[in-house]
Ligand binder design. Structure first.
Ligand code: GLA
Length: 734
């Protein structure tokens, strides 16, 4: 249904009270409620056609009542009337952080945006799209806002399209994806910082007046220091089960910027988009600039509910094959590093079979001849098999895998180049570097210029060649280890387009790969979790959260990722990091997509037997872990042990992971853990599973409890120093 109001002929309509699909006319104003199952974002025009965000929160039963909300606030004057603009323009009346800043073709720097029309369409019973057109009365310049609503998941994706018909190019100096206005009595930010092997370190702070900026300027591996993912608690810090919380994430793998401004009226202005730092963009007349989407979900039932909304949305709508299955695997990175040959790999392929996993993943080090990839100083860019290590090529290994009834996957890092490589010598113009400055390397490498279509072809061909030569290639680990220094493209005329065009180029390549190879599982890796976002994850089945696989560290890292990303997409490998027993390491890795990166031949008999049993058990339970609802029961940050639970859709089967995270004297589970997500009326058996060979569980293995009991009183997993990890199976008894 299309609803259009001319700026000049509106008087007649104003007198009517009209309720349409997504708008309500009240006297002089138009109210646009954007609703999902439990959430509403409400927009309203003022008498001058400024479109303002008047509400973001719990959905009301009666949409007409949103109109009363603005009159309930008397927080003072903001002296502009547009402090809560749905897309704050700059250079006219605005006095706060803008969503958009431009310089028009004639050099004028002012912008004003007025409501023109809006339209709601339905993709299906769950997804609707609200499109709102805003235009500048003084320039032929408009912005269209898009709100894509996923009703049942309470998720909204919001983005903008900028367009003009001016007589020359317009310079876009800031172009946000979304500009939210959140009323509240205090705001608490949960943000993350990190580095290699220290991803997703959380911090919670109360936002004070002024602007807090979350951002990245790293170009590639853009989320190394900070991901575009955060949560805001409104009125008080939200807990797992209580409080109002908004989760946000920018769907962009490059430089991002999120402004969180507590304004003079004590409300929160949230502006999220591509980072405008060094990224002025020249927009030609009639050309569209589409921003990436900002993704958000709001819950008034705490952080757990919000995270389950997001996880459900990601499985259903975003992650490739999010409701499908995943391959367990053996990776050789930690087992061999660069030191392998055909024979050693053939043995590892046999070990893959012996261990009982489904795929062997050959990591870094298989390529480069003139500059062999025997360490990380050489070879990147030369994607031909190293003839010394692999005289019979990758094809031979694929066949070896087939012989052993396992699948074969391979590591690539196609966006990068070592100066010690043939590619570097052949195509210096493909490399991002300043012509007049010395090179600055990150992990001995430089970044290829993906804004250049020839480089896009090259990167596509790295994958395409591997697949054409080895049609049964079953898995790709796509790595990206370096950041961009000395940003300069020999291909682009306008250098400030580079950070944006790089990411667009990357998505072009990924789109082409997916058009030709729609199903092959691919892991998104960036020296660990340096690139984890919901734009890239369209093309990937999973991501690598961190190179840090010390299981104790991993409990914390996985815990934090789980607020935003589902277990099915979270790759966890059992390695030799950490001093914990194999059971602890495996139990932690089972809490997502399980893999191994150990020397299987060095496992003692019992450890091997344990791993084999654990893998068999994982295959039985993976449906619950991959597709179930996740409940964080006890936080590792606040307790001696952490407890995490997954429940299937019918609330019939669940699995509860418990891990000791403290070495203190007598640390352990001194009281029961209350389970969640069960059906109070059902009866369940609870027993310990995945026991190490020849050990007995001290827990009663035949006990039957009601869901009511398990959720009100709970169960003690008996976690302690000698039982540092305990997995419980909860099954409905009919
Ligand atoms: C990155 C990845 C690792 C491994 C190495 C190979 O660091 O995160 O898992 O693949 O590269 O060089």
């Amino acid at each position: 249904m299309f609803f259009k109001i001319s700026l000049f002929k509106r008087a007649a309509l104003y007198s009517t009270f009209l309720l349409c699909f997504s708008c309500i006319l009240y006297g002089q104003t138009i109210l646009i409620p954007i609703e999902t199952k439990n959430t509403a974002v409400v927009l309203q025009t003022d008498k001058d056609k400024n479109l303002l965000m008047v509400y973001l929160g719990t959905k009301l039963k009666s949409a007409e009542e949103y109109a009363y909300i603005p009159s309930m606030y008397s927080r003072g004057d903001d002296y502009s009337g547009i402090i809560n603009s749905v897309y704050t323009p700059s250079g006219s009346r605005n006095l706060v952080e803008p969503a958009i800043t431009v310089t028009h073709a004639d050099g004028n720097t002012s912008l004003d945006l007025k409501y023109v029309s809006h339209l709601q369409t339905k993709e299906d019973n769950n997804i609707s799209l609200i499109t709102i057109k805003l235009a500048d009365p003084a320039f032929p310049f408009d912005v269209t806002l898009y709100f894509k609503c996923y009703y049942n998941e309470d998720v909204i994706e919001q983005w903008s399209v900028i367009k003009h018909m001016e007589k020359g190019n317009v310079l876009l100096q800031k172009i946000a994806s979304a500009n939210l206005y959140i009323p509240g009595n205090g705001f608490w930010l949960n943000q993350y910082h990190g580095d290699w092997a220290r991803e997703m370190q959380p911090e919670e702070t109360k936002l004070t007046h002024g602007i807090k900026v979350l951002d990245s300027k790293l170009g590639t591996r853009a989320h190394l220091y900070q991901p575009p993912t955060f949560a805001i608690s409104i009125d008080k810090p939200a807990t797992e089960d209580e409080g109002k919380v908004l989760y946000g994430s920018l769907e962009w793998s490059g430089n991002f910027r999120v402004d969180l401004e507590v304004d003079p009226l004590n409300n929160l202005r949230l502006i999220a988009g591509i980072n405008n730092q060094a990224s002025d963009y020249l927009l030609k007349p009639a050309e569209n600039f589409t921003t990436p989407a900002f993704l958000y979900t709001f819950s008034d039932k705490g952080r757990g509910d919000a995270s389950r909304n997001l996880q459900r949305w990601a499985r259903k709508y975003r992650i490739l094959d999010g409701n499908g299955s995943r391959l367990t695997l053996l990776n050789n990175w930690e087992a061999t590093f660069f030191d392998f040959n055909e024979q050693k790999l053939s043995e590892l392929i046999k070990d893959t079979k012996k261990l009982g996993v489904e795929l062997f993943l050959l990591d870094d080090g298989w390529f480069g001849n003139m500059y062999p990839r025997n360490n990380d100083k050489a070879g990147l860019g030369d994607w031909q098999e190293n003839r010394t290590k692999l005289p019979s090529g990758v094809g031979y290994l694929v066949k070896e895998a087939e012989k052993n009834q396992v699948k074969f996957g391979i590591w690539v890092e196609p966006e990068m180049v070592n100066p010690s490589s043939e590619l570097y010598k052949r195509h210096p113009e493909w490399i991002i570097k300043q012509p007049k400055r010395s090179e600055h390397l990150y992990r001995n490498q430089l970044v290829l210029d993906l804004s250049n279509p020839k480089v896009q072809d090259f990167v596509f061909n790295v994958l395409d060649t591997l697949f054409s030569k080895n049609p049964s290639l079953a898995y790709i680990k796509w790595d990206c280890n370096a950041v961009i220094y000395n940003a300069y493209s020999a291909h682009l005329n306008k250098q400030s387009h580079l950070y944006i065009e790089y990411i667009r180029g990357l998505y072009e390549v990924l789109k082409r790969i997916r058009a030709k190879y729609p199903k092959v599982p691919m892991m998104l890796c960036s020296g660990g979790g340096g690139r984890v976002d919901y734009a890239a994850l369209k093309y990937f089945t999973e991501f690598w959260p961190s190179d840090n696989t010390d299981p104790l560290e991993r409990i914390f890292i996985q815990w934090e990722y789980s607020y935003f990303f589902p277990a099915i997409a979270t790759s966890n490998h059992v390695t030799d990091w950490g001093k914990q027993p194999i059971k602890y390491r495996t139990d932690v890795a089972m809490m997502g997509k399980l893999g191994f990166d150990i020397v299987v031949s060095e496992l003692n008999e019992k450890d091997l037997k344990y791993c084999q049993q654990a893998i068999a058990l994982y295959k039985q339970k993976s449906d619950i872990i991959w597709h179930g609802e996740q409940y964080r029961l006890l936080s590792p940050w606040e307790n001696d042990f952490a407890s995490i639970m997954y429940v299937d859709e019918e609330r019939s089967n669940a699995i509860v992971f418990n891990y000791l995270v403290s070495n203190r004297y007598k640390a352990g589970s001194t009281s029961p853990v209350k389970l969640k997500g069960l059906n109070a009326a059902k009866k369940y058996s609870v027993r310990e599973i995945n026991l190490y060979p020849d050990t007995q569980s001290p827990l009663s293995q035949n006990a039957i409890y009601s869901g009511d009991y398990l959720m009100a009183v709970g169960i003690n997993p008996n976690v302690r120093d000698r039982r540092p990890s305990v997995i419980l199976e909860v099954m409905e008894i009919k």
